[in-house]
Design a protein around this ligand. Structure first.
Ligand SMILES: CC(C)(COP(=O)(O)OP(=O)(O)OC[C@H]1O[C@@H](n2cnc3c(N)ncnc32)[C@H](O)[C@@H]1OP(=O)(O)O)[C@@H](O)C(=O)NCCC(=O)NCCS
Length: 135
């Protein structure tokens, strides 16, 4: 089966396989209402279990924080799928570089990774895709 996908075994194809093994991909979609129903001002402890202080500060800058919270939540779930490991929400911190989203994994016991992330949100749903590379 391997030969059918990657051609006859050779050092080149083995390298290709090894490279792919280091990558993972995850996607998640979140209903924005989940965060609209529970406002930060009413239940800050709920938010503090899911989001780092910097993430809360970022989302609260907007007039529709729920969409941004939902995007960040989708991002954390997508990262979990991409590395196929159970992690705590607070292990993942999202931030921005030149307005592009960036993610970091704080729990170094899980190994070292590099990530690519993309987030999008509308009134009702937020989605995120994460590609991980184990380094
Ligand atoms: C970047 C852009 C495509 C976002 O599209 P949008 O429809 O407004 O927003 P979406 O709901 O699809 O996505 C919002 C998310 O996109 C991400 N984002 C913002 N700017 C981004 C960028 N330049 N590249 C990649 N992702 C970006 C953010 O994660 C944002 O969510 P967050 O602020 O809650 O983290 C749009 O703002 C745009 O065209 N901007 C002008 C061109 C541009 O690239 N400017 C960047 C200057 S460095």
């Amino acid at each position: 089966m391997f030969d059918r996908w990657f051609g006859k075994s050779s050092s080149k194809t083995i390298t290709k396989k090894t490279m792919l093994e280091n990558f993972g991909i995850g996607i998640d979609i979140v209903d924005v209402q989940r965060f609209e129903k529970i406002k930060f001002q009413d239940k800050p402890t709920f938010y503090k279990k899911l989001f780092c202080q910097s993430e809360i500060k970022y989302c609260l800058k907007y007039k529709n924080p729920a969409q941004h919270f939902a995007g960040k939540f989708a991002c954390k779930e997508a990262l979990k799928k991409s590395i196929k490991k159970q992690i705590s929400f607070l292990d993942v911190e999202t931030s921005h570089h030149n307005s592009r989203p960036v993610i970091r994994l704080h729990n170094t016991k899980l190994g070292k990774y590099r990530f690519l992330v993309s987030i999008s949100h509308e009134k009702e749903f937020a989605v995120a895709v994460v590609i991980s590379e184990k380094i």
